[in-house]
Design a protein. Structure first.
Lengths: 360, 634
């Protein structure tokens, strides 16, 4: 275990810091909605405990098991994603039918689909080393699989999670033996697709404009981003201090979820964010070392895919919060309130820890 | 090889993500360091409600520290509707305390605005009422201190001081011109509220208002009071359309007093029509100066040595013909043969035409410009006019002739006074000013000290001395004799200008003016009086305006204890005039010795001795012929 201490410690720090920030950002809303400022904290604490247990268990399970069960895992994942779309089984929250309700808790299958697809991708890449240089034999079949799952998730719709999954898988393709001009082609194809989407629905232009200048529609599409900037800006270099956020007082909607980074910036300032970014990068670097050093190809792809998914989601979330990208609706790993997101992140780390044990 | 390639790609992704993180951090640095201030201000507007606390405006005082504009403090009720939970109860309780209708309060409490002043019932509250409201201790109900401008002398100097608007902003006069110094910085109490409008328990931020700077004017309030009193008398006795007085220090062009009628009360400016408020006649009004302008022609002629004041003669037949125009003297039949000094004393128009002709159009015009006519003087007040001159290329012989005695051009009183000041002060033309100094309210440290601003020398000291002398003779022997003061030296010139309406001279409608200075040998004060269309009096400057100036000078003599002197120019007596004779100091002398000396007076004795121990009036003065001189004997 001492071998993986460089992964365990940043994970625990990020998770516990996340728990603290869930409380700090949610206590006002929590008090208002439930007459209990600890409501969200209590729920998230349960997820943290469950998450750590799952992380521990997964770190003990030999990761090669997933190689063997990859096809089954993909099938289950496919069924769950299909099931959630059926009214009566799937629940609509925030405009997306992406939840299974279990008591007071909700579970998003699309979050778990991320791990499933990364496992399947890792297996596929390690099995088809020779064919990956051939587009038709190597890349095309897996691209079709990706496209089907992305389509399922977009039916909910959950564009953010779909994005994270697609980019994670493409990232895995990138480190495999695939030729770089593949990315040139997919890049061009992606651009053509985007232009097509814009022509098909011109309102997307307005959405992009409002993201470029949120003040063009301050009460509509620009509202969230403006409120976010009103938190981040006044935070300044050193922040207002833990618990002193003003924007959490009903200005920033649901501050404990997708926009929790704004509250962190407000309370801890620019210097706090530097430390936070350092932790994420350190974790990324440590896992990459495992990916680089393990001889087993499946473990290599799997560990990379899992950590890349987490880090890419982090970057995507923060870019939205600071106004670099339009609002997509992805959570900040380890921080945002919500069980699915946290459990998936900690489960990923658990699997990575097991892979790390196999490094010579 | 294959593994090596994967390893390279792995680290490449790390580098790519590292760069993305760097971009994010740069963006955050931009937001949190460069933009933090502006975003904080924007966000502050969202979070906080400011209760403004009006700053005290700076005091305006006269040159001796007498307060002309000050502030009074009042308490006002302010509500922040969002923060008031039980609007009905709050309205009811406050209405009871203010003794007003429930709805009267409720309409403010229920308004959808961030902050409401309860106007007018909630303004200017007494201490007791304020205390009661304070004791209610309701969220969203506040009492704020308000500062209100107050002018203790009401109408006095109102055109100069100007007035302030509802938010204490300067709207005219000194209040406007020096607003940035006077206004100070308003303070505020900042209350934070959450997104639902409830008050947040964050500490309130109190920004203390900063008092404005104090202004000391060059005005002398005592002299200003004399001026106001004289103008009031003129208005009552002569019922003119307008009247004005302007007093300056001729050596510096500091304004000592400035007033005009009609005027207004700065405290209640709303009660007056805007024309009355805006027209500060001494700097705004323009009209033909008439004979007072002859001083400028005289100064130019003396400086250019085109005449000898004492030796050259001019024969006035009663009129002079220039080209086809016949210019008449005001005295029918003319003044006959006169020296040019007598021309000045008699204010003889044909005589001045000859002065203008001797100078020539170009030189005369040069001097008009030199003496500052035709352009604004640059005084630190708003609403100044520039007057109208002929253009040089339009000036033919007729224009030159009329300009020489002050017709056909138009000037402001301020230009006239400033020009004559230069003619009598040794030739120095200044920019007039009215603010003497600006100082810090707490420390009284002077931050701006205005000094006389010399533009240029326009005539020599010798010329100026001659002008003073000539004008003293005007008062002693000429048209200005109604301003003659026994035992004091006064110089001056009268003016009677016909008013022009739509390019035509009006019949029987004159502006009667007098410009005088005192003491004549070394002037401290220059006084300009103009009365527009007085009723029921012979319309001459000498009969209307000169006595006003004389009264003001007498008051100044009394106020500043000017000592009487012996060697002033003797008045030349007309048969109607009472004669003043020199009364010797006879105290300490024997009764018998003085019989001859006092033969022109009636003597009354008291006591029975032979030596005089006191006399009344005092000796060494001029006393009316035949008046009683009381002598006390031992």
């Amino acid at each position: 275990m001492v071998k993986n201490i460089g992964i365990i410690i940043p994970t625990i720090i990020l998770t516990l810091f996340g728990l603290l920030m869930v409380y700090s950002s949610s206590n006002i809303w929590s008090e208002y909605k439930f007459n209990d400022s600890f409501h969200y904290l209590r729920h998230q604490s349960i997820f943290v405990v469950i998450g750590f247990v799952i992380m521990y268990i997964l770190s003990k399970i030999d990761y090669k098991m997933y190689y063997k069960k990859a096809n089954w895992i993909l099938l289950i994942c496919f069924l769950l994603l299909g099931l959630v779309l059926i009214p009566g089984i799937g629940i609509i929250r925030n405009g997306s039918r992406s939840w299974f309700g279990i008591g007071a808790f909700g579970i998003q299958p699309s979050e778990f689909a991320k791990i499933c697809l990364i496992i399947f991708m890792a297996k596929y890449l390690s099995n088809n080393v020779k064919d990956m240089s051939d587009f038709k034999k190597g890349a095309l079949p897996i691209l079709i699989v990706i496209f089907i799952f992305f389509g399922l998730i977009m039916l909910e719709p959950d564009f953010g999670t779909g994005m994270v999954i697609v980019i994670s898988l493409i990232g895995m393709l990138f480190v495999s033996n695939i030729k770089l001009n593949f990315f040139a082609y997919t890049g061009v194809a992606g651009l053509i697709g985007m232009v097509g989407l814009i022509i098909a629905a011109p309102y997307r232009v307005a959405r992009i404009v409002s993201y470029l200048n949120p003040w063009s529609d301050p009460l509509g599409s620009g509202f969230q981003i403006i409120q976010s900037l009103y938190a981040i800006g006044p935070g300044g270099l050193f922040g207002l201090g833990l618990g002193n956020s003003i924007q959490k007082h009903f200005y920033l909607p649901e501050p404990q979820t997708d926009f929790i980074f704004a509250i962190i910036s407000e309370e801890f300032g620019f210097l706090g964010i530097i430390i936070l970014a350092g932790l994420y990068l350190y974790l990324f670097y440590k896992v990459l070392k495992i990916s680089a050093n393990i001889n087993d190809l499946f473990g290599k792809y799997l560990s990379f895919g899992l950590i890349f998914g987490i880090i890419f989601q982090t970057v995507l979330n923060i870019s939205v919060v600071i106004g670099l990208l339009p609002v997509t609706g992805v959570t900040l790993p380890f921080f945002s309130y919500g069980g699915s997101s946290l459990l998936v992140s900690l489960a990923s780390i658990g699997i990575i820890l097991n892979i790390g044990k196999n490094v010579k | 090889m294959f593994y090596y390639k994967i390893q390279k790609r792995l680290y490449l992704t790390f580098v790519i993500l590292l760069l993305i993180f760097l971009a994010i951090i740069l963006r955050l640095f931009y937001i949190q360091v460069f933009k933090t201030k502006s975003l904080n201000e924007l966000a502050s507007n969202l979070w906080s409600r400011n209760l403004p606390i009006l700053a005290d405006r700076g005091l305006i005082t006269d040159r001796n520290g007498i307060i002309l504009a000050e502030n009074i403090t009042t308490t006002s009720l302010v509500v922040i509707p969002n923060q008031i939970k039980n609007k009905e109860k709050v309205s009811e309780d406050i209405a009871k305390i203010l003794n007003t209708d429930y709805l009267n309060i409720y309409k403010f409490v229920s308004k959808r605005s961030s902050i409401e002043r309860v106007h007018p019932v909630g303004r200017g509250l007494s201490y007791d009422v304020a205390e009661k409201i304070n004791n209610l201790n309701y969220d969203g109900v506040y009492l704020v201190k308000e500062s209100k401008r107050y002018y203790p002398y009401e109408t006095m100097l109102s055109h100069v001081l100007g007035y302030v608007g509802i938010d204490n902003q300067g709207l005219s006069g000194i209040e406007l011109e020096y607003d940035k110094y006077l206004k100070g910085n308003d303070g505020a109490i900042k209350y934070f509220s959450d997104g639902k409008g409830n008050r947040l328990d964050l500490s309130e931020v109190y920004t203390e208002p900063v008092k404005g700077n104090n202004l000391a004017l060059t005005i002398d309030a005592k002299i200003q009071e004399m001026v106001e009193r004289e103008l009031d008398n003129v208005m009552i006795s002569l019922n003119p359309d307008q009247a004005l007085v302007l007093i300056m220090n001729p050596n510096t062009s500091e304004v000592i007093a400035m007033s005009s009628r009609p005027n207004f009360d700065s405290n209640n400016y709303q009660d007056y029509d805007i024309e009355t408020i805006n027209r500060n006649l001494p700097i705004w009004g323009t009209y033909e100066p008439g004979s007072t302008f002859k001083i400028i022609t005289l100064a130019a002629s003396l400086e250019e040595k085109t005449i000898n004041l004492f030796e050259d003669h001019f024969y006035d037949s009663g009129s002079v013909t220039v080209e086809s125009a016949r210019i008449k003297c005001w005295k029918s039949g003319g003044h006959g043969s006169q020296t040019y000094l007598e021309v000045v004393q008699n204010s003889c128009n044909p005589g001045f035409v000859s002065l203008g002709q001797k100078l020539g159009t170009n030189l005369l015009y040069d001097y008009l410009i030199k003496f500052g006519f035709g352009t604004k003087t640059g005084i630190d007040l708003n609403g100044e006019s520039s007057g109208i001159l002929f253009k040089l290329d339009q000036m033919g012989p007729i224009e030159t002739a009329t300009t020489a005695f002050g017709q056909g051009i138009s000037v402001t009183p301020l230009q006239q006074v400033r020009g004559v000041s230069a003619a009598i002060n040794g030739g120095k033309l200044h920019i007039p000013y009215i603010v003497r100094s600006i100082s810090e309210p707490e420390t009284n440290e002077v931050i701006v000290l205005n000094k006389p601003k010399l533009i240029k020398n326009v005539i020599s000291e010798e010329t100026s001395k001659l002008v003073r002398y000539a004008l003293e003779t005007v008062v002693a022997h000429g048209t200005g004799r109604n301003s003659y003061i026994e035992n004091y030296r006064v110089g001056g010139k009268t003016g009677t200008a016909q008013k022009v309406k739509d390019g035509v001279y009006m019949v029987g409608n004159y502006i009667l003016s007098f410009i005088g200075f005192f003491p004549a040998d070394k002037p401290d004060y220059i006084i300009y009086v103009a009365v527009d269309n007085p009723k029921g009096i012979t319309q001459y400057g000498g009969t209307v305006s000169a006595p006003v100036a004389k009264n003001i000078i007498l008051s100044i003599i009394d106020y500043l204890h000017y000592k009487p002197i012996k060697n002033e120019l003797q008045k030349e007596y007309m048969w109607l005039d009472t004669k003043y004779l020199y009364l010797e100091n006879v105290v300490g002398k024997n009764v018998k010795e003085i019989k001859e000396q006092l033969k022109n007076f009636k003597i009354e004795y008291s006591g029975s001795g032979t030596n005089i121990i006191e006399q009344n009036p005092k000796g060494d003065t001029y006393v009316k012929e035949g008046s009683i001189v009381k002598l006390m004997l031992n």
